[in-house]
Design a protein around this ligand. Structure first.
Ligand code: SF4
Length: 356
């Protein structure tokens, strides 16, 4: 399907460029809910634009976690496919959204519910952007109703971070993700350090972004899950024998070009009982990180889906963390949010329109 901007150009080939910018600005005003609300356009133009979708996603269902700090939405796309997106609120009332980049995923990571769906299709840029807009509308509609964890009656709710950690591998949908990132950076108050793209490590695309002048350098998180090739292949079946040395080489060049306090890399590491959580794995991870430089490690307590892996014991995660810290590797443990509504990392799956 052509993008909304393309459809607009087809309908109005002689309009000046600023006209689309006016429309795009209106897209991000949470109180404007239809073309009729874009009063900077003539009445005739608004009527003609009614054939274009104001929103490319429609809420099927929104579920709230018990403490109302996590919400998961099932969104239906124009062709009937369903994706999931998540809103998380931390103790300070800061709001992060997790967006999807594909319907399903082809990467088949062993612990991940989405991987079991297979890849249905990639999202277009409008469908990615509209997940942000969906949450803007949701927050606007719920700020006075007590549906959120924090009280937003004095300070309006504001999305302060976006993570591309929902369904799909963002770098397998490089061009659409790039377009969406550029629009989000232009039309919201978020800077590049407030947006994180999480990837399993698609090396050709990681290489491409080093020289791509139109790729916005938002933060990157690489799903490493093991610094031992054999273990990584067990968890990420699309991994290959020389992946780790090639990733290390890429990461050194990335940090040479972009490395500073604002542009560190993060390695995500899901903790799987008896699989990648031994002392040897911790030492291998420390050595791998130290061979690269300014990389942070984020340990993720595994969220159970019905598969072969189990979550590491808390004491094991703490020991793993201490080994990394003793090796002077910066490491944190991610707080788990939303597991009661299957909204946590690795739990997003849509099967026949139902949430697993
Ligand atoms: S963890 Fe990410 S890359 Fe792996 S299967 Fe799940 S969605 Fe795809």
């Amino acid at each position: 399907m052509p993008s909304r901007q393309q459809q607009f150009s087809d309908l109005f080939p002689n309009e000046p460029a600023f006209r689309w910018r006016q429309i795009e600005q209106a897209f991000f005003v949470p109180t404007i809910r239809s073309w009729d609300g874009v009063t900077s356009l003539s009445k005739d133009m608004r009527a003609a634009l009614a054939v274009l979708p104001w929103m490319t996603v429609a809420a099927d269902r929104v579920m709230a976690g018990a403490s109302k700090d996590t919400h998961k939405a099932l969104l239906t796309l124009g062709d009937g496919q369903v994706i999931e997106t998540v809103l998380m609120e931390n103790a300070r009332g800061e709001l992060t959204i997790c967006v999807s980049s594909q319907v399903g995923c082809a990467m088949r990571c062993g612990f991940c519910a989405t991987g079991r769906m297979g890849l249905k299709r990639s999202l277009d840029a409008d469908e990615i952007i509209d997940q942000y807009r969906f949450w803007q509308h949701f927050l606007e509609d719920n700020k006075h109703r007590g549906g959120l964890h924090s009280d937003f009656s004095a300070i309006p709710p504001r999305i302060s971070n976006i993570v591309f950690m929902g369904m799909g591998e963002p770098l397998a949908n490089y061009e659409n993700v790039k377009t969406a990132l550029n629009v989000l950076l232009a039309q919201t108050d978020l800077g590049p350090t407030r947006i994180t793209v999480s990837t399993v490590g698609v090396l050709p695309r990681l290489e491409q972004m080093l020289t791509d002048k139109t790729w916005p350098h938002v933060r990157l998180a690489i799903s490493l899950h093991s610094a031992i090739a054999e273990t990584r292949k067990q968890i990420v079946p699309t991994s290959y024998d020389d992946f780790l040395p090639r990733l290390a080489d890429w990461a050194r060049r990335y940090l040479t070009i972009l490395g500073n306090r604002r542009h560190h890399l993060t390695f995500e590491y899901v903790m799987l009982n008896g699989v990648n959580d031994t002392d040897d794995h911790a030492r291998a991870l420390a050595a791998f990180v130290r061979s690269i430089g300014n990389v942070k490690c984020n340990l993720i307590p595994y969220n159970l889906t019905d598969c072969e892996f189990a979550r590491s014991e808390d004491s094991r995660i703490e020991r793993f963390l201490r080994i990394l810290e003793n090796a002077e590797v910066t490491a944190t443990r991610r707080r788990t949010m939303g597991d009661d509504i299957a909204a946590a990392c690795g739990q997003l799956i849509v099967l026949s329109g139902k949430t697993a």
